[in-house]
Design a protein around this ligand. Sequence first.
Ligand code: PEP
Length: 249
Amino acid sequence: MRKLVVGNWKMHGGLDANAALLGALREAGGQGCPSAVCVPFPYLQQAKSLLEGSAIAWGAQDLSEHAVGAYTGEVSGAMLNDFGCRYAIVGHSERRALFGDTDERVAAKVDAALAVKLQPILCVGETLDEREGGVTEAVVERQLKAVFERGGAAALAACVIAYEPVWAIGTGKTATPAQAQAVHAFIRGRLAAWCGADVAARTTILYGGSVKPQNAAELFGQADIDGGLIGGASLVAGDFLAIVAAAAS
Ligand code: PEP
């Protein structure tokens, strides 16, 4: 099954608010579609205690490209494994724009995640300037190719891909279903060319960028959109659950 909905809490949360949110998700169950939440590092233990045994998986929003060593402030994939993570988001546009994650470092992080059997959620997407300059496909191809060139077809094939146009993240501006579908189809085409038709057919490609209960069903109705990476709306239990339900139907 290709469907998946993942919440990206970003730097939001607190013990009490998290307990209420995670409790509501747990109570609602899986809603017929695999789902997960990627929480800030300090709350991984809380996510593990409250979600273990439920239909909802959890993960981190980043990881170090290094396995161990003198890297103050970094968190390794093995540490994420200690907290039962299934996923690690890699290459989110906020990490790329604000924290120096180059294509090469993102590719190294994908390798670091795979080395400890975490599934990377590899984010790709263009800025508004890039879209208006007509280079959306070239940008997305470059971001994917960095992973392919470092880790080969196996690395790319092991990722969930999240297409997140930067201009749609947290802005309330969603790509139209047709705009998103066009890029998703392009990504699936690149996967077919580099990794083979089977991999392309089974890879989960999520859309992210101001997904809300109101627009989720139409986006997820597109042939190559397999679910969503959800920022703001994942902080409200009812909204996140409605989006998961939209992916299931
Ligand atoms: C995100 O942070 O990955 C995201 C898609 O955010 P939002 O849903 O708030 O646009």
